[in-house]
Design a protein around this ligand. Structure first.
Ligand code: ADP
Ligand code: ASP
Ligand code: MG
Length: 437
């Protein structure tokens, strides 16, 4: 039994989807079946959110709707030139009517927003399923909303695990053993009343882990556009390398602190079920990728460095610190805090204008300076060892470092560095990882 998920970059166009089809075809012999979980095509979720917002302003949405529709029709035509677009056109016409209705009403609640964004995954899965069938591969389209039961916290719905487990056992599991590849959606779910919900941005990984654990997948495969979890974001450190094996808790910490390869919650269901998660490259399927397991056996000291941008650092007395913590918006965004008896250092993730404004307001009249910083998170099994820590400190010597702290995370050391030096400081720490290997 195998559950595999392909992210937006793996389904972005016909070329990518051809890769997906060939990877899926290779697992057709899998004992116990194969379930393929897809994201929306790259950029589509963003486009759908923009679309829903303009519908809410009662704007004419025809051109955005048709751009999204054309893109999907073009992908299917290129992928399977002779196939009929029956199923795709059905979903597209439902899409048009829904969005047009919203723009007539001129409103878009979170509930409608979820209904709109869900079309992204419904379209990508419809395309892949149609193409697989056209290529002669036995495949079943499965609407994941039939089993992914959530509460009604639209846009960030919580999965109701026991109901979902019952539904998966009753409706999805029996299909897995029919020899058909099941194609289904990540990211979306439904309430018990049948309203469409979404699990939060990047939620497809979570869907994959939930289905993987409930179906007892032998491993959970996350297919993306890089060959695993890298020692740093390859866009910042060009010489970053995939890490062969990582522990669940390290990946969780990396994901929480900027390494956006995996949704942090992905890990939970897989950890509980003790199922390894493997991150693989759709465009280089032969690469080893990264294996994420309960306890990693690697001898490395440092595995990775990641970066959280748009942070604000404030040093203040404990009175002001209390005040910051009691401001809900700020408290929610505090990413690091360290305090001594009478003073505190607080790092707030001011990535939204709301949190930046709240911080400004809270500090007005205090005369305190807000330093714009990035948070670097250095992760590895031995980062807490003394010689490793001193190497990290040394590698940061040329930079304007505000603090180095071990925080509460088990495998991570944090450094806050002046914003404009973030990338350079990251590369300097990354050199330590490289030299060690
Ligand atoms: P998908 O479309 O498959 O969901 P994402 O764009 O969400 O893929 O995640 C993959 C991207 O994450 C990579 O293309 C890479 O640029 C970025 N990334 C950031 N940090 C890391 C890291 N430490 N290792 C690998 N990729 C990383
Ligand atoms: N399509 C959704 C998003 O872009 C979910 C995902 O890709 O995991 O956030
Ligand atoms: Mg993703």
């Amino acid at each position: 039994m195998l559950v595999m998920k392909f992210g937006g970059s793996s389904v972005k166009d016909a070329t990518a989807l051809r890769r997906v089809a060939s990877i899926v075809a290779n697992s057709i012999q899998e004992q116990g079946g194969t379930v393929v979980v897809l994201s929306a095509t790259a950029g589509t979720t963003d486009d759908l959110i923009t679309l829903a917002r303009s519908a809410a302003r009662a704007e004419n949405c025809t051109s955005i709707i048709e751009r999204i529709a054309d893109r999907h029709r073009a992908i299917l035509s290129e992928l399977a030139p002779t196939v009929l677009h029956t199923k795709l056109d059905e979903v597209l016409s439902e899409f048009r009517s829904y969005v047009n209705a919203l723009s007539v009403l001129g409103e878009c609640t979170d509930q409608s927003l979820d209904h709109v964004t869900a079309f992204g995954e419904r379209l990508s899965t419809t395309i892949l399923h149609t193409a697989l069938v056209d290529a002669g591969l036995p495949s079943t389209y499965f609407d994941v909303r039939r089993v992914m039961r959530t509460d009604d916290a639209f846009c960030a719905a919580r999965v109701e695990m026991s109901d979902t487990l019952t539904l998966v056992g009753g409706l999805l599991a029996p299909l897995c053993t029919t020899g058909q590849v099941i194609v289904t959606q990540g990211f979306i779910g439904s309430t018990k009343d049948g309203l469409t919900t979404t699990l939060g941005r990047g939620g497809s990984d979570y869907t994959c882990a939930i289905l993987g654990s409930m179906l007892c997948s032998r491993e959970i495969q996350i297919w993306t556009d890089v060959s695993g979890v890298y020692s740093a974001d390859p866009r910042i450190a060009g010489d970053a390398q995939p890490i062969t094996e990582l522990s669940f808790s390290e990946v969780r910490e990396m994901a929480l602190f900027g390494a956006k390869v995996l949704h942090p919650d992905t890990i939970a269901p897989a950890v509980e079920a003790e199922i390894p998660v493997v991150v693989l490259n759709t465009f280089h399927p032969e690469d080893h990728g990264t294996r994420i397991v309960g306890l990693a056996s690697s001898g490395a000291e440092i595995h990775a460095v990641s970066i959280v941008r748009s942070c604000s650092l404030v040093r203040c007395n404990s009175l002001i610190a209390d005040q910051l913590r009691s401001t809900h918006v700020i408290n929610k965004a505090i990413i690091l805090e360290s305090k001594s008896i009478e003073s505190s250092m607080i790092v707030v993730h001011t990535s939204t204008s709301e949190s930046a404004l709240a911080l400004e307001v809270a500090l007005v009249d205090t005369g305190l300076i807000v330093n714009r910083v990035v948070l670097l998170a250095v992760t590895g099994p031995k980062v807490m060892h003394q010689h490793v820590m001193s190497n990290i400190v040394e590698s940061l010597a040329p930079y304007n470092v505000f603090c180095i702290s071990s925080g509460s995370a088990e495998h991570t050391i944090f450094a806050t560095v002046a914003e404009e030096q973030g990338n350079e400081a990251l590369r300097s720490i990354h050199d330590l990882i490289r030299h060690h290997h």
